[in-house]
Design a protein around this ligand. Structure first.
Ligand code: NAP
Length: 242
């Protein structure tokens, strides 16, 4: 079966490995944001498709039989495009989505906000803030001082020179997250509701050290797209599409 995985996540990489091992023809698509992405099994293509029309054309010319949208929960545009292109072309589409942290045992201790601007306003009330929101969102926080910003790679535009930048790629365990919070002496942490377990240790470390947590909630996902939480469940779904 020829499967297109919209990737950029650990779940996408896991699925590519399992499907390739199972003899499927897998193409993983990356946006091309990171200059040195982790190795992915099967074929990898890089760069945008050119909106819904471009994705529709790609599905047709490549003879894609099923699409798994394994993009990050905050990669909203590509998920909406995938829903539209798969609907119009009749291509089966599944979403792998990390479960939200809304049900996390610590969730009611955190301040939940709707977007980055609201998060920045809330963060302004703290002396030292750790930003773990991804480099593309940092523009919203430029007015803040006392910032430690962790990201995989520097953004295109220079960051305020008062900020302390930590270039690092996860996953991070509880010990290293505790160490980071302690050594940077932050009093608040800002994160998106990325969900799942991969980036969750920072939340437990924050609770231990009494660091406030500001969480940006997710937007609703496209309607009518079935969703699972793991690569394993995606394989079961793919079997049913044959
Ligand atoms: P986005 O805002 O939803 O997408 C913007 C545009 O980038 C899309 O319209 C599409 O261009 C292109 N694009 C995005 N993902 C693509 C993919 N997997 N393959 C080909 N084109 C893609 O996306 P984003 O938030 O910038 O995220 C980009 C990538 O980084 C995704 O693969 C995502 O899984 C990964 N990522 C994102 C986050 C996050 O917090 N947003 C965190 C970790 C990893 P066209 O319209 O031209 O097709």
């Amino acid at each position: 079966m020829k499967v297109l995985i919209l990737g950029g996540t650990r779940e996408g990489r896991d699925l590519a490995t399992r499907l390739t091992d199972g003899g499927h023809h897998v193409v993983t698509s990356l946006a091309g944001r990171v200059s040195a992405p982790a190795r992915i099994a099967g074929t990898v293509r890089v760069g945008g498709f050119g909106g819904v029309a471009g994705l529709e054309a790609y599905l047709a010319t490549e003879g894609v039989q099923a699409v798994v949208d394994a993009t990050h929960p905050f990669a909203e545009r590509i998920s909406a495009n995938a829903a539209a292109a798969c609907h119009s072309s009749g291509t089966p589409l599944l979403r792998i989505e990390r479960p939200s942290w809304r049900d996390h045992p610590l969730a009611d201790r955190w301040l939940w906000v709707a977007d980055h601007d609201e998060a920045a306003r809330a963060a302004a009330g703290y002396e030292r803030v750790l930003l773990t929101v991804g480099r593309q969102a940092l523009e919203h926080y430029r007015e803040l001082t006392g910032v430690v910003a962790r990201m995989v790679e520097l953004p295109e535009h220079p960051l305020p020179n008062t900020w302390e930048v930590r270039l690092d790629r996860g996953p991070f365990d509880i010990d290293s997250e505790r160490r980071l919070l302690e050594t940077t002496r932050v009093t608040a942490l800002v994160t998106k509701d990325s969900g799942g377990r991969l980036t969750e240790p920072k939340l437990r470390a924050a609770a231990e050290l009494d660091v406030a947590v500001i969480v940006i909630g997710r937007s609703p996902t496209p309607e009518g797209v079935p969703a699972v939480a793991t690569a394993e469940e995606a394989i079961t779904w793919l079997r049913e599409q044959r």
